[in-house]
Design a binder for this molecule. Structure first.
Ligand SMILES: Nc1ncnc2c1ncn2[C@@H]1O[C@H](COP(=O)(O)OP(=O)(O)OP(=O)(O)O)[C@@H](O)[C@H]1O
Ligand SMILES: [Mg+2]
Length: 298
């Protein structure tokens, strides 16, 4: 946690780092948060795994277990997942509905905590981070893309893309320039001031991709990014993610039911019933995606 102090009324509060207005007088605190964000407080609570000497793996999970308690019933959504993801890899996670893909994402993305087991991001044990450090890591290291786009409806494309940059402490000029560059990159340079409802589904997902790239993350976590898109638009988003993966080296981890995704993946992790069933490498697959896609309309 970080202690913030409102410059206007002096109110102090412990926060995870995602507060933008003073809870008491409603003064704008983004500048205060930006200063804290720049400092980054990276030294406390970071426990490195000494058994690993290289940074070959950007994400590692060990015996990851997640249980949800529903009244008297315990749902074991993850049953000891061990998964190593190499830096720069494009990894697809496939599995039937309810197999635990989104749950795994929430653990890797620091959006929820495992019941037991460990998740390392760049060999840092996420469980050892305090709330502020976790917010810092989520803001700087990971870009999130969801099936339902999750854009803020009242904000323009540019405002949606620049929002995470506020938390990273970027200046307004820098934010605007980077926001425009990113929207250009995803082919929406002429839609900067459109709100989500003024954009097509595919365009909204492009905005979400640009937003995920806002703070130059090392990892993009995409949970069924093509789930709400038609065939052609889905293909465009997959191609865009692959292009970013190849050109900027960002690691892409994507949960998907979309077989088109296999074509661009370095490895495919099959999850079943809360555990890794098998892992395939792209080069070992003899699946002809083109044929499959056109036949089945997936
Ligand atoms: N918040 C929750 N509370 C209780 N049970 C949950 C919760 N979230 C998920 N589950 C259960 O955990 C299991 C895994 O769910 P999860 O959402 O991870 O599946 P999934 O593989 O992402 O499925 P889909 O392909 O449909 O998105 C399911 O049995 C689900 O019912
Ligand atoms: Mg899911």
């Amino acid at each position: 946690m970080a202690l913030i102090k409102c410059p206007k009324c002096g109110y102090e509060e412990e926060t995870t780092g995602l507060v933008t207005v003073c809870p008491k007088c409603k003064a704008d605190l983004s500048q205060v948060m930006a200063e804290i964000g720049k400092t980054g407080k990276r030294t406390q609570g970071l426990v490195k795994d000494d058994s690993v000497t290289t940074h070959e793996y950007i994400v590692r999970t060990k015996d990851l277990v997640k249980e949800y308690t529903m009244g008297d019933t315990i749902v074991r959504a993850l049953k000891g997942v061990a998964l190593d993801v190499r830096r720069g890899e494009y990894l697809s996670i496939m599995g039937p509905s309810g197999s635990g893909k989104s749950t795994l994402f929430n653990m890797v993305g620091g959006l929820d905590k495992p019941t037991s087991g460990t998740c390392f991001i760049e060999e840092v044990d996420m469980a050892q981070l305090d709330a502020f450090e976790l917010a810092w890591l989520r803001c700087r290291k990971i870009g999130y893309i969801f099936q339902s786009f999750n854009l803020i409806p009242v904000m323009t494309a540019l405002e949606n893309v620049t929002l995470p940059m506020i938390f990273a402490g970027m200046s307004t000029d820098e934010m605007m320039e980077r926001g425009r560059t990113l929207l250009d990159l995803v082919g929406l340079g002429d839609r900067l001031h459109h709100k989500p409802f003024e954009l097509s589904g595919g365009q909204q997902q492009r905005v979400a991709v640009a937003r995920a790239l806002a703070n130059s993350p090392a990892i993009i976590l995409a949970d069924e990014p093509t789930g709400n898109l038609d065939l052609q638009t889905g293909k465009e988003i997959i191609d865009l993610l692959k292009e970013l993966n190849v050109e900027s080296g960002v690691t892409v981890i994507s949960a998907t039911h979309d077989l088109k995704m296999i074509d661009v993946s370095d490895r495919i992790v099959h999850i079943r019933d809360g555990d890794v069933e098998r892992i395939e490498r792209r080069e070992d697959l003899d699946l002809q995606i083109g044929d499959l896609g056109s036949e089945t309309g997936i």
